[in-house]
Structures are given as C-alpha cells and as structure tokens.
Design a binder for this molecule. Structure first.
Ligand code: GSH
Length: 123
C-alpha cells in the first residue's frame, strides 16, 4: 500500500509538473495590490495529495501569492492545522479576517470557489 501510494504520488507530481498551468499576467501594481490581499491566506497541504494539487493549480492559474505549509513533513504546520482547524485534513485554507480572527476552510472545491469568487476566475 505504501509503495502504491508512493508511485501514485510521484505520478501526480510528474503530470502536475508536465502540465503546469500558466499563470495570468498582471501589471506590477495590480499584482502588488493582489499580493497584499493574499498575504492573509495560508494553504495547509500535502505535496502529493491530488486535492491539494488541484487547489495549487487553481492558485497558479490565478497567479496568487499564497503561502503553502506542508502538514505532512512539518510538525509545526501540522500542529497549527489541528489546533486551528480542528482536523488533520488537507487541503485547508486559513483565511485571516480583518478582525484578526482566522477562518479555516476545508474541501478543495470550497477553497477553489472561494478563491475564484474573491479574485476572479481564470479560464
Ligand atoms: N473531499 C476532500 C478530500 C480531502 C482528503 O481526503 N485529503 C486527504 C489527503 S489526500 C487527507 O487529508 N487525509 C487525512 C490524512 O492524511 O491524515 C477535498 O476535496 O478536499
């Protein structure tokens, strides 16, 4: 099972690399403004998780500068996810609200819909 998972994980990463989506190009000021908005977002993820790859590809398509934290390899990131979100499940987007509170969003589909709703869809 471990070997099958490792092979599948490598295949997912390989195809993700081969078919990396192109990011949208913005002028420097527009990208800077967007970067300021995305600075309050953090994606907790595993490198080879297909649901995380799907979210990372959406982020790449929209050229969003969102910090990613590996909850499999990094104990600190895993601890933050469980303590804040309540579950060890990825992907999870931490959204820092203007009030300073954090909202933890699970489910790849919900995360992608949230990002597209807030930052626009990229075909
Ligand atoms: N329906 C979820 C599925 C997410 C999911 O199953 N994630 C797996 C990794 S691929 C997970 O976090 N499993 C718990 C664990 O590995 O501890 C989504 O679309 O985000």
């Amino acid at each position: 099972m471990v070997i099958v998972r490792a092979i599948l994980g490598s295949l997912i990463l390989f195809f993700d690399w081969v078919f990396t989506p192109r990011g949208i190009k913005r002028d420097m000021d527009a990208q800077k403004q967007l970067d300021a908005q995305t600075s309050g977002l953090t994606l907790y993820q595993y490198k080879a998780c297909p649901f995380c790859v799907k979210v990372r590809r959406a982020i790449k398509r929209q050229s969003l500068a969102i910090e990613t934290r590996d909850a499999k390899r990094c104990d600190t990131a895993r601890g933050e996810l469980v303590a804040g979100g309540g579950r060890l499940k990825v992907p999870c987007l931490r959204i820092e609200e203007a009030s300073g509170e954090s909202r933890w969003m699970y489910e790849s589909g919900d995360i992608i819909r949230y990002l597209e709703g807030r930052f626009g869809q990229v075909a």
